[in-house]
Write a protein that binds this ligand. Structure first.
Ligand SMILES: NC(=O)c1ccc[n+]([C@@H]2O[C@H](COP(=O)([O-])OP(=O)(O)OC[C@H]3O[C@@H](n4cnc5c(N)ncnc54)[C@H](OP(=O)(O)O)[C@@H]3O)[C@@H](O)[C@H]2O)c1
Length: 288
């Protein structure tokens, strides 16, 4: 039996990952790492999960959280960009507790772009000589129901510096299903990296058009220049670091080739990944 620590358990990926892993876990044990143990209640439908206090930013939580763990699902919380400061002490603890197996939620293109923190984490995982699987998803469809939700609901608008850049849209459900399978069948996929994408490369104007076909009222897309966008987000209360991450994520694709499409989800599950239309129809109540 393996004890598997899930970091980011309350996030987009974590919550759906636990749903999938609970179905196929065999005799493995899931331990959800939480920074607030009151969040346990969000997992009340599962009978067989343990919980542990775990905070990337509080080293004092590491010993208790890691002492019985064999394998870790690791993500980088979006606001953490100082990798040496937060991940090196954590990896030292992994070594101390003989934790060697890591499934890391990275991002498509992480191997190329040295400026993104995921690149640094991937390199660090290799330097520490852990057994690893890197999962590199494209652009989450769920950005429309999380980061962009308030703008859509309150102002009927999406404001980004993306112009007509094309993104590959992938459903968090599909990513989490892959993560669950690879966590359980870790040895079969050892030391490999997998891109997880949908089959559609679409721009924001394309996606807003599709949303407007399904929604009762129209939303509009405003493409803002990068400097105005940064200050717009700061005025909304976003931290400087997070505003910069959003800026890079949405502005750089204007100058890049269209994202590559991966067939890995279908190869692994024998199912097609979700289309953006399926996602819109499934989630449209959230915007209305
Ligand atoms: N959005 C995209 O299009 C996209 C595409 C590819 C890759 N990614 C990558 O996916 C990752 C984010 O995944 P997600 O969307 O599932 O995350 P998310 O929904 O933003 O949730 C973040 C999770 O991290 C936890 N967390 C935050 N700070 C923490 C801390 N100090 N210690 C312990 N846990 C902490 C949060 O817990 P609380 O509930 O306590 O806050 C939450 O569970 C990022 O690395 C991002 O770069 C995103």
């Amino acid at each position: 039996m393996k004890k598997i620590l899930i970091t980011g358990a309350t996030g987009n990926i974590g919550l759906t990952l636990i749903k999938y892993i609970d179905k196929i876990k065999l005799d493995n044990k899931i331990i959800a790492g939480l920074r607030d143990l009151n969040d346990k209640e969000r997992f009340s439908q599962y009978s067989d999960i343990d919980f542990v206090l775990f905070d990337f930013e509080k080293e004092a939580t590491f010993d208790n959280a890691l002492k019985d763990i064999d394998r870790v699902f690791l993500l980088r919380p979006p606001h953490i960009s100082d990798i040496d400061k937060y991940f090196k002490p954590l990896f030292d603890k992994f070594k101390e507790y003989k934790i060697n197996d890591i499934v890391f939620l990275s991002v498509q293109g992480a191997e190329i772009s040295k400026v993104i923190p995921h690149n640094k984490i991937e390199r660090l995982i290799k330097e520490y000589q852990f057994n690893y699987i890197f999962i590199r998803p494209s652009y989450f469809m769920q950005n429309l129901t999380t980061t962009l939700l308030n703008g859509i609901k309150e102002k009927n608008e999406i404001v980004l510096p993306s112009g007509n850049a094309k993104f590959n849209w992938v459903d968090v459900e599909n990513i989490s299903e892959v993560c669950a399978i690879l966590l359980i069948e870790f040895d079969k996929y050892l030391n490999k990296s997998f891109e997880i994408t949908g089959y559609e490369n679409l721009s924001y104007p394309d996606v807003v058009k599709l949303m407007n076909k399904s929604l009762k009222h129209n939303i509009k897309y405003i493409s803002m220049n990068p400097i105005s966008f940064y200050f717009y987000k700061r005025r909304e209360g976003l931290s400087s670091g997070f505003a910069i991450v959003m800026l890079i994520l949405h502005f750089l694709p204007r100058f890049q080739d269209e994202p590559k499409i991966s067939r890995f989800y279908e190869e692994l599950t024998n199912k097609k990944p979700s289309s953006i239309n399926e996602f819109i129809n499934r989630e449209k109540n959230k915007w209305e």
